[in-house]
Write a protein that binds this ligand. Structure first.
Ligand SMILES: *Cc1c(COP(=O)(O)O)cnc(C)c1O
Length: 372
């Protein structure tokens, strides 16, 4: 049986979790949260605030972007519900834009025509850890004074023109869910570009209080100063994540090795399309997908592989055709690729420690399916 996903585990997680418990500080912002913060600062050159999920990082970004009822937010329809929820919770209207078939990312050339006088933000989603065309998106955002919130849930360790995903827009949101490259079970992180807004981020994350400033000795007592919620994760979760960050390069290289092995073994199968990695992007092998002829062929292939004990999955029913998407959003322009390409896409098993022989078996069975 070849699973689709096995949560990453490197060995030190148990020791660190026990240490977190022994520290007698299992709430947020303990020893391991600080260690994670330092790791990110050193690695990506930006501060991070760990959150209870990638979803919550996006919610914080929506609050910090000062999204108000009636504002419009531009995003792809081909994404997870969390990307959209964060903004409709603030009363925004979603404006969906078509994707590029090569990367499944928002088509940057279609963004400008979706802008109205209500538009407040653009949310590029770096699908499969492969970057959106950020220079173009940042240029549009600057010209129209829009916020950019990168949904980099899948993009930890990926780069665009040498810069880490999540550090390019006004906000970057990471996920450390067990299905992501680095995990704390449920968890995430937000990167906030401007220091003043970062300070507000600390407050929103701590129930609207200035507790962080108090703990640093900057104020004598802490008080309720702003709106907020509880977005900080337990130090036990951070301990799990820290064990994996310590060996992040190793995890990344292992995944890339698997990704490249899939690519080499499938590139000559004419019946399928493989992912494209633009020259501007260094990716993190979050996902390996193939694209088959259509939805029927995909159903047959999933069934065929299941009989060979190989689990493959597909995802996102485009948001604009989901009940909530119809209620809260509109599709701007023509849905040329979103629906069609989403129905062709199939994700192959991909996780840290996936065995070479398993990859070869998956590729072999795909070739058997096409009788080659
Ligand atoms: C995983 C994911 C999220 C949500 O992250 P959670 O940590 O599960 O809340 C948001 N957007 C995208 C694109 C994701 O893949």
């Amino acid at each position: 049986m070849i699973s689709f996903n096995v949560p990453p585990f490197v060995g030190k997680e148990k020791e660190y979790i026990i240490k977190a418990i022994e520290n007698k500080k299992i709430c947020g912002d303990g020893e391991f949260t600080k260690k994670c913060n330092q790791w990110f600062l050193k690695k990506i050159g930006s501060k991070i605030l760990l959150t209870t999920s990638g979803t919550d990082a996006l919610e914080m970004a929506a609050i910090l972007s000062e999204i108000e009822p009636g504002d419009e937010v531009i995003m792809p329809s081909y994404t997870f519900s969390s990307t959209a929820n964060a903004f409709i919770l603030r009363g925004a209207k979603l404006v969906f834009v078509d994707i590029r078939p090569d990367t499944m990312n928002i088509d940057e050339s279609l963004i400008e025509s979706a802008i109205t006088d209500k538009t407040k933000a653009i949310v590029p989603v770096h699908y499969a850890g492969i970057s959106c065309e950020m220079d173009r998106i940042m240029d549009i955002a600057n010209r129209y004074h829009l916020k950019v919130i990168e949904d980099a849930a899948q993009g930890v360790m990926s780069k665009y023109k040498g810069r880490y995903l999540g550090t390019i827009g006004d906000f970057g949101c990471y996920s450390f869910h067990e299905t992501k490259n680095y995990s704390m079970g449920e968890g995430g992180g937000i990167i906030i570009k401007y220091p003043k807004i970062y300070e507000r981020g600390e407050i929103i994350r701590e129930k609207g209080t200035d507790r962080s400033r108090f703990l640093r000795g900057q104020v004598d007592k802490y008080t309720w100063v702003d709106m907020g919620s509880s977005y900080l994760p337990s130090d036990i979760n951070a301990a799990h994540l820290y064990a994996q960050l310590e060996v992040a390069e190793e995890i990344n290289n292992d995944r890339l090795k698997s990704w490249n092995l899939y690519y080499e073994n499938l590139k000559d199968v004419k019946q399928i399309d493989l992912p494209t990695v633009p020259e501007s992007c260094e990716h993190n092998a979050h996902m390996f997908y193939i694209k088959v002829k259509d939805i029927n062929e995909r159903t047959n292939l999933i069934k065929f592989l299941k009989e060979k004990e190989i689990t493959t999955v597909f995802h996102y029913i485009p948001l604009h055709s989901a009940p909530a998407g119809i209620k809260y959003g509109r599709f701007n322009g023509e849905d040329k690729y979103t629906t069609k390409e989403s129905e062709r896409l199939l994700r192959l098993p991909m996780y840290y420690g996936l065995k070479e022989e398993d990859i070869l078996k998956v590729c072999g069975e795909i070739k058997n399916f096409y009788k080659i």
